[in-house]
Ligand binder design. Structure first.
Ligand code: AMP
Ligand code: GLY
Length: 413
């Protein structure tokens, strides 16, 4: 049997490991108690000391730091771009410059490390204002606001290093795009590129898309309002020119490229690229994949991605349960009720899988470990069936201060 190493410890890596384990021996480093409870082998060993037929790197930080390059230099087959390609996510200014060269539609923007210049751009703009950290900020570095005062304050906080440390030492200020947002994740084998099913993430913390941005409070797939023609349009206008420009720069991009796209009245525009699987989009995408995920990811890593992966008909929904205080500082150590010893629903339901994002297992059962805690994922013949199952399961789980949206997948798709 083939063997795969997955690098990471969150809900996304739990979902990848769960799907890969259907056909392959899986090792996760460092993994989590929730994965272990489900019988997935986890180790604290460095990926550099492990041997496998394929390495799948989950989070952006090791990709930006060049882990894929180091593993490839050891002769390993790796799913995930090198540090050169990972700059698309590691630096918004790099991404924006590349988009401009490749003629990819995106929001107008300016990049600043000087407060006076940033304030001058804000003064020229109309509300709403969008302010981002240039560097990595786990999805939380973006402020969208109607208040010029709040925008100026945010620029000041970011540039001073107070709110996001070095990631905010320069800021990107953008035109606000209006429309429906969609996550189109594509696989790229260095030459060929194929889309996965379109998904939607729910970024704001509270119902009705209110409150601050988070890493994502829930997800659905497929996003039915995004037709095949719209996917083809995003591929043609956004993804393909980007990959052509990467190749032109000598960058051999192998892995997943996550295009966060705003579907505006003037056509699709790129909001952001991530160089890794989305979290929680991956949870709904892998729940629906009918092909062998190991074969798909190895073919991508190996430059042999001849066929697009196949998916089951039907839909998937993920609802996130986060710790009190999320997306700010969160509490930890609160007992979680409703889970069995295997970290799954105490009353098992085979349409539902619980991916663990921030839990610890103690002698008395699972407790919260801060941030996003659990990703309750359900599949169904329709979106509403998947949604009902996901919420039915989520409502059987509880812990003190749990933060959960009640409107995931209610008006969308
Ligand atoms: P990012 O980290 O760039 O993906 O931004 C996080 C979220 O902020 C996006 O998923 C959007 O919901 C929102 N956002 C970012 N940029 C813009 C923009 N230019 N216009 C409107 N919303 C935006
Ligand atoms: N769900 C948003 C992200 O993965 O960045």
């Amino acid at each position: 049997m083939s063997r795969v190493v997955v690098v990471g410890s969150g809900g996304r890596e739990h979902a990848l490991a769960w799907a890969l384990a259907k056909s392959t021996q899986v090792i996760v480093t460092p993994g989590s108690d929730g994965m272990r409870a489900q019988g997935i082998f986890c180790t604290s060993a460095s990926p550099l000391d492990l041997d496998a037929d394929l390495f799948v790197i989950g989070p952006e930080t090791p990709l930006v730091a060049g882990l894929a390059d180091t593993l490839r230099a050891q002769g390993k087959l790796v799913f995930g771009p090198g540090a050169d390609g990972a700059q698309l996510e590691g630096s918004k200014a790099y991404m924006k410059d590349l988009l401009a060269l490749a003629n990819v539609p995106t929001a107008d923007y300016g990049s600043f490390d000087n407060q006076d210049d940033a304030f001058a751009m804000l003064a020229r703009m109309k509300a709403p204002y969008v302010i981002k950290t240039n560097g990595l900020a786990a999805g939380k570095g973006v402020l969208v606001t109607d208040s010029l005062e709040e925008a100026r304050e945010d620029v000041k906080e970011k540039l001073s290093g107070r709110s996001f440390g070095d990631a905010g030492s320069s800021v990107v200020i953008e035109e606000c795009l209006i429309g429906h947002e969609c996550s189109l994740l594509v696989l790229c084998d260095g030459t060929r590129v194929v889309p996965l099913i379109p998904a939607q993430d729910f970024k704001r913390v509270a119902d009705g898309d209110h409150g601050p941005n988070t890493g994502g409070m829930g997800a659905l797939a497929p996003l039915q309002s995004m037709t095949e023609a719209m996917v083809a349009d995003v591929m043609e206008r956004i993804v393909e020119p980007t990959l052509r420009e990467l190749r032109h720069r000598g960058i051999d991009y192998r892995g997943v490229l996550y295009a966060g796209v705003m579907l505006t009245v003037d056509g699709p525009k790129l909001l952001e690229y991530n160089v890794r699987f989305g979290d929680p989009e991956t949870q709904v995408i892998v729940a629906l994949i009918s092909d062998n995920l190991f074969s798909v990811l190895s073919a991508t890593a190996d430059g042999r991605l001849f066929d697009p992966p196949r998916f089951f008909d039907g839909a998937a929904v993920t609802v996130i349960l986060a710790a009190e205080g999320y997306p700010g500082a969160t509490s930890a150590g609160d007992p979680i009720s409703g889970l069995g010893d295997d970290g799954q629903l105490a009353k098992y339901d085979d349409a539902v899988t619980i991916f663990h994002a921030g839990t610890k297992k103690t002698d008395d059962g699972f407790v919260t470990a801060g941030g996003r805690v659990l990703n309750v994922t359900a599949v169904g013949a329709t979106l509403s069936e998947a949604r009902e199952r996901a919420y039915g399961a989520a409502n059987k789980i509880s812990f003190r201060g749990c933060v959960m949206r009640t409107d995931i997948a209610s008006r969308h798709g």
